[in-house]
Design a protein around this ligand. Structure first.
Ligand code: NAD
Length: 295
């Protein structure tokens, strides 16, 4: 029998992820509160539902892909009153660790299983089915969810118990925000010193300064032909989304009593860059901030 999955939140990420579940042979019942998201989803074979209750009817698994922790808690609270015993709940949104743990707590009994499973890979990875999933939850919940996640991604990592997926996601993105700011700063210094972009790339990409922010996402046009810098800094991964993740990392650090001075500095830098009107540009455009700061 074909397994039915309810998919809530069919936006830029959820729409293509749900479409890949359809391609993998699942029946997908979709719900979103925005008409535009529903219209796009209908074209990919998703059965469109008018209410949350309609979407979860007959579904053994419910997946949510929503903007933030408050959206997830509101939807999961509603779900707690309507899903049948035995249901697996998976939240793929990027949200704060505390809300993720609260969401798990809504389904803590023996009758349900739940996972936090945020992703990396962006809209390109969502469409291609090549996302990385960072998963938190019990071993039993992970074993049940893994084959479903495999239909939407290429790497599924069980990071630990409830909230561990979100913790891994924000730690990873804090590294990314810090390294991209550092790489941007270094390229601007190189410009001032009369060193060509290509020369710095050739050295740093094969030396101890090597990192993803240089080799895959180099913030200057030229050395890495596919990086957003060659496409007028179109995202990719928008500055506003990087800022969201850096703020989540700062909230988590505060709650856990961790010292993250570089993460804090990166959150401030991307915050200022966003305020200057660059929120819709790829986060690698942060290099412009250092040039603008030069005047
Ligand atoms: P989006 O805004 O395109 O989609 C969110 C969808 O949720 C919208 O269609 C909205 O109408 C719907 N929604 C909101 N509240 C709802 C509710 N109560 N009931 C039903 N539907 C509701 O956002 P997105 O880019 O798809 O991102 C979703 C999540 O994935 C976010 O947490 C984001 O941080 C994360 N993420 C995004 C990217 C990216 O590149 N876009 C990459 C990795 C992770």
């Amino acid at each position: 029998m074909v397994e039915t999955i309810a998919f809530i939140g069919l936006g830029n990420m959820g729409g293509p992820m749900a479409a890949n579940l359809v391609k993998a042979g699942f029946r997908v019942q979709g719900f979103d509160r925005a008409a535009a998201s529903l219209e796009a989803a209908a074209k990919t074979g998703i059965a469109i539902c008018k209410t949350l209750a309609e979407a979860v009817a007959g579904a053994g698994t419910v997946i949510t892909m929503l903007p933030s922790g408050k959206h997830v808690l509101s939807v999961w609270t509603e779900l707690a009153g309507i899903v049948k015993a035995g249901t697996l709940l998976i939240d793929c949104s990027t949200i704060d660790v505390e809300s993720a743990r609260k969401a798990h707590g809504l389904f803590s009994g023996d009758s349900f299983r739940s996972l936090d499973a945020p992703v990396s890979g962006g809209t390109g990875g969502a469409a291609a089915g090549t996302l990385t999933f960072m998963v938190g939850g019990t071993q039993g919940a992970f074993e049940r969810g893994e084959p479903i996640l495999q239909s939407m991604g290429k790497r599924i990592v069980h990071c630990g118990d409830a909230g561990a997926g979100q913790a891994a996601k924000i730690c990873n993105n804090m590294i990314l925000g810090i390294t991209m700011a550092g790489v941007g700063e270094a390229f601007v210094l190189a410009e001032k010193l009369g060193l060509s972009h290509q020369a710095l790339f050739d050295v740093a990409s094969t030396s101890s300064g090597q990192c993803w922010s240089i080799t895959t996402y180099c913030p200057v046009p030229g050395p890495v032909p596919n990086s957003p810098a060659n496409n007028d800094y179109r995202p990719g991964f928008a500055t506003a989304l990087m800022l969201k993740d850096l703020k989540l990392a700062q909230e988590a650090a505060l709650a856990a009593g961790a010292s993250t001075p570089l993460g804090s500095q990166a959150a401030q830098l991307y915050g200022l860059f966003d305020k200057l009107g660059h929120g819709g540009e790829d986060f690698s455009a942060i290099i412009k901030f250092f040039r603008e700061a030069e005047g």
